[in-house]
Design a protein around this ligand. Structure first.
Ligand SMILES: NC(=O)c1ccc[n+]([C@@H]2O[C@H](COP(=O)([O-])OP(=O)(O)OC[C@H]3O[C@@H](n4cnc5c(N)ncnc54)[C@H](O)[C@@H]3O)[C@@H](O)[C@H]2O)c1
Length: 372
């Protein structure tokens, strides 16, 4: 029997699909809702190919409360939500801010209202290191701990900050209201997971990131340079105060990140802490030039790049202090960025059309041999 049933919003997307897989591999049942704005239903097939279990899938927009109500009504066994569904392009968020507030903040409010009606009381939320903004504005805040003051420098980061506040207020209010009414209250819990830079793909070579448009994260872009789909990588600024002048980020393998969600969900269910924020990162900072070198190494040749002006809203250093998640969740990253580079290249090299092609037969055979 399943240990629980989790609604995963944005579950056909990159991190959502890997988390759905991790949940199924750890005896949870999974119900996915996604409007496929930036993903493909094929992700559901790949999850099933890898773990032998298929999540339920509904093509639903998170801003559509009535549709969410129907999903909860069809699955009264759902006891928790992991909420990924969002728009996530930092640059675009400054151009169409209302759309970002509507989908990210509005969608989260719809979800919380619908959860409340369905009496679903645990929420794990995809927040982001961008909520911290430029942590170098304070002394001694790199690597960044959770108590670093919040100060996002772009609209996307501000939507994440607002959602964190909305979830905190809702969980606290539900707890207080229930307490006053003499009812049980500690079933209401929230985890605010501040991710650093997710990357990598499944080592099987059949599951990875497959955004609908142009990717804007460093490693997927490097993948496109390696396949020749893009001529070169644009490096935004080499005049930062880092050892080689490029910006520093903390890269975390998506398999480790998925396990972090599982650890947080289990913590909420077991300890009923109210709302807690945890950084999910490795604690290791790498510059853009170091990443180009690491990925070039697995590809086997130097990948071309060009340095251009800094991007507005970018900051020098986003490296996590993951000590709190290490201690409280018993979670830490196990895979390295070299693993992430190798897994990403296996995915990109063998699946140039992403989910718009069949998975390579050699990888399917290897999977079959592993499971039989
Ligand atoms: N990838 C990163 O670098 C990163 C870093 C920090 C935080 N995050 C957050 O993690 C979450 C997942 O990110 P990802 O990288 O997997 O992105 P993604 O775009 O692959 O996944 C988001 C999913 O949400 C879906 N979606 C978008 N709008 C929706 C709507 N209105 N209704 C239903 N579904 C909708 C998309 O179709 C997609 O499948 C997002 O909330 C993102 O902000 C990502």
């Amino acid at each position: 029997m399943a240990v629980g049933t989790v609604l995963v919003t944005g579950g056909t997307g990159y991190i959502g699909s890997f988390t759905a897989l991790a949940l199924l591999e750890n005896d949870y049942d999974v119900v996915i809702v996604d409007n496929l704005y930036n993903s493909s239903k094929v992700a559901v097939d790949r999850i099933e190919l890898i773990c032998g279990k298929r999540p339920a899938f509904y093509e639903v927009d998170v801003t559509d409360e009535a549709a969410l109500d129907k999903v909860f009504a069809a699955h009264p066994e759902i006891d928790s939500v992991i909420h990924f569904a969002a728009l996530k392009a930092v640059g675009e968020s400054g151009e169409i801010p209302l759309e970002y507030y509507r989908v990210n903040v509005g969608g989260s409010i719809s979800l919380l209202r619908s959860m409340s009606r369905a009496n679903v009381t645990n929420i794990v939320f995809s927040s982001s290191a961008t909520v911290y903004g430029d942590a170098t504005r304070f002394p001694d805040m790199i690597p960044i701990p959770e108590h670093c003051p919040i100060g996002p420098t772009n609209t996307y980061g501000r939507t994440k900050t607002m959602i964190e506040t909305v979830i905190t207020d809702q969980v606290e209010a539900q707890r207080n209201n229930n307490k006053k009414a003499g009812k049980s209250f500690d079933q209401w819990n929230g985890a605010l997971l501040r991710y650093f830079n997710p990357c990598g793909a499944h080592p099987s070579g059949i599951m990875g990131e497959d955004p609908q448009g142009v990717p804007f994260n460093l490693l997927p872009l490097l993948g496109k340079v390696a396949t020749g789909e893009r001529e070169k990588l644009l490096v935004f600024g080499d005049d930062y105060a880092s050892k080689d002048g490029t910006a520093i980020r903390d890269y975390i393998h998506v398999l480790d990140l998925a396990k972090g969600h599982l650890a947080a969900l289990n913590y909420l269910r077991e300890h009923k802490p109210g709302v807690r924020a945890w950084n999910l990162g490795s604690g290791r900072g790498s510059t853009v030039f170091e990443m180009i070198k690491a990925f070039s190494k697995v590809v086997g040749r130097d990948l071309p790049y060009e340095v251009v002006d800094r991007r507005q809203g970018d900051v020098l250093d986003l490296t996590a202090n993951p000590a709190l998640a290490n201690k409280e969740l018993g979670w830490k990253t196990e895979l390295t960025l070299e693993d992430a580079c190798a897994d990403l290249w296996r995915w990109v090299e063998n699946n140039p059309k992403g989910y718009r092609q069949d998975p390579p037969a050699k990888f399917l055979e290897a999977l079959k041999a592993k499971t039989s």
